[in-house]
Design a protein around this ligand. Sequence first.
Ligand SMILES: Nc1ncnc2c1ncn2[C@@H]1O[C@H](COP(=O)(O)OP(=O)(O)OP(=O)(O)O)[C@@H](O)[C@H]1O
Length: 316
Amino acid sequence: MPVIEIEHLTKDYGHHRGIFDVSFSIEKGEVYGFLGPNGAGKTTTIRHIMGFSRPQQGRTLVNGLNSWERASDIQKDLGYLPGEIALPESLTGHQFIKMMAELRGITDMTHTKTLIKKFELDPSGSLKRMSLGMKRKLAIVTAFMHDPAVLVLDEPTSGLDPIMQNLFIEFIKEEKEKGKTILISSHIFSEIDATCDKISIIKDGRLISSFMADDLRHSEIKTYEIEFKTEEEFNRFEHAVKDCEKFEALSLTPHKHQTILRIYDTDINRFISFISDYDVKFFSEIKFTLEDYFMKFYDRTSNETGGVEPYAAYRN
Ligand SMILES: Nc1ncnc2c1ncn2[C@@H]1O[C@H](COP(=O)(O)OP(=O)(O)OP(=O)(O)O)[C@@H](O)[C@H]1O
């Protein structure tokens, strides 16, 4: 049974805002990246998982419990880091930690003290005057203080400096080693790339891609750029490649005599024999990074290689 299940979740706020038919599930011990630009629907989905919001259609389950019907049971055990941190301003950091420890029934503060030290949190001041970064650290400490098995983290590193961001990534890796199940929402692809087993991309309230992170990291499909020495050779190739089922030309640029091709690793020998019949000026692999892939969906393409479909193989 998955630890977190989101089934056909819909919350329509009108004017195409909200989330629509979102489904994915997270197994025990997985770190799941939920990636999307601002306003994509990450927080809305997370609020449903936590049981703060009632679905219009569909449902979310945590350890088999319906989030809306069993909200308090779910919230008791789960570690939650909200995207926007609202803290009681009349308290100091120490008082807030004490309050959360009492709510969680924590008597031994050893683990909490370790977290405070690790994240260099200074809880002495009043929450009203605490910097954004310090508030984020406080929220991290209180999300992890009861050592929960399941964590839902909404943009966890927002407001942290780069050193703390890296420290947080290392911390998530350690938590993963302990078998924790973690959902991380983010719009920062590097932290998702560094930590996650599976990734879903949400845009305009709809899941547009779900895949195993390793499939993208070790893709069996490679992208190559080729330039022909003459226009005649380019034209001959252009004609031949159209009838070829094995190699897909993503782009053909006649004035530069160049093409970009996508080829399965298993077809590479066949391709080399095919291309040896042509007068080629250069032939090189284009590294297609996770960032390129994500940017495709963000409409801010950093690389014109295209060809994202092969990675959409994993869906649940
Ligand atoms: N209570 C609400 N009433 C009306 N519209 C809402 C409400 N909550 C969210 N929305 C809208 O739903 C969409 C998704 O918002 P959401 O906060 O889930 O996005 P997000 O991916 O978390 O964005 P960000 O990265 O900016 O936090 C947005 O268009 C937002 O304006």
